[in-house]
Design a protein around this ligand. Sequence first.
Ligand code: 0WD
Ligand code: CA
Length: 380
Amino acid sequence: PLTHHRDQLDVKTGQTPLRSQTLSTRKDLYERDFPLYRQPVEVGCFSLDSQRRFFNDGRQMRYYVEPDKNPNFDLKDGYKDRYVRRDENVKEKLDHILRWILANKETLKSKGTADSPRALDVDFVTWRGHLTKLLTTPYETKEGWLLAATKFNGTVYISEVETEAARIEREKRPERNKEMMYWGYKFEQYTCADNADSLPDPSGVVNTNEAFCTVVQTRLADHKLLFSGEVDCRDKDPNAPPPPACYVELKTSPEICTPKQRSNFHRFKLLKWWAQSFLPGVPRIVAGFKDHDGVVVSTETFLVSKVSQLIKNEYNCWRPTVCMNFCCDFLSFVKAIVTENDHSLVYLFSWEPYKDVTYSVHRDSQYSFLPRWFIDGMSG
Ligand code: 0WD
Ligand code: CA
């Protein structure tokens, strides 16, 4: 299945190795039938409170309240005096997911074999956001990525490592940029209520430590996946379909005024929005379109299942099948490389635009990310 890896000749033997050591990201290699992607099933959820403390429940769930079609939401409101920002210097890696796995290990563990006594019945554990980056890789021209992979009890854990370029960008982020990051959270506050029968409270504090995350299980071709993603809110109708079908993703985007802007929105932004929501099976995206002054002046609902039709007439556009086939082949590539079961061993996969995916191996390094409490907790 790994036919398009670049074959490298071994310098010493002059032979082509059994499998090649890099993976191409060229779009045309992934233009084939859509791979099997099983309907994602929610197997649990967790919450992070205002102090970023973990709870194995849905206490941070919020409820979608449909805004006016032409609202007047001032996203700048509260930035100076009602904003508590999560500390981005704290690298949480997979910790919250690992906590959730530990809390639910008895229901998750498969029967096991003599080789691996009580393993999870999945091939990969990761964040949804990491998979989103993989899906969009064949179309990405600006930002590369680093993904650390470790095999433990037969499951490969994948955790992102911040690239040097991303760290530099983050540290020199201009003030205007920081404020615009707040705008997205402020839009959530205008459209989400804490209870099914209450209303949004735009006079409150925006605290980005708070999060509600779904944990889903699914399969991409022969890869069994368990991943978690942050969910903005759910349909407040108690008769709405069960999760993840009742979830709603909220987004903001600059107002579209010209055909060129519409085309760019379809070609670049909808790719990221589609990939992020398609993965966990979130069916609906509600977009707030904002003017230059940070005021949401219109809203629009996008059905994830209709996005591919929406972009069909766009010249030189992205294709869902390329995204999914690349992700699938990347996971096969990882399976072929990450063979040693060792919690202190990290295979670091790296990618830069216009290059192939490569990897390096690191033992007991700064990259090790499975904490002691997880290793011990899973063995006990
Ligand atoms: O360690 C890391 N490198 C990362 C950790 C990178 C990305 C996320 N995280 C963790 C955080 O614990 C967070 O609670 O991921 C959680 C969210 O995971 P996800 O759903 O897999 O991430 P993603 O799909 O990229 O983002 C979903 C939402 C974002 O909403 P928009 O509409 O902007 O896509 O999660 C928020 C943001 O609101 N978000 C984050 N929250 C905390 N830490 C982060 C982050 N690094 N990135 C996005
Ligand atoms: Ca969002």
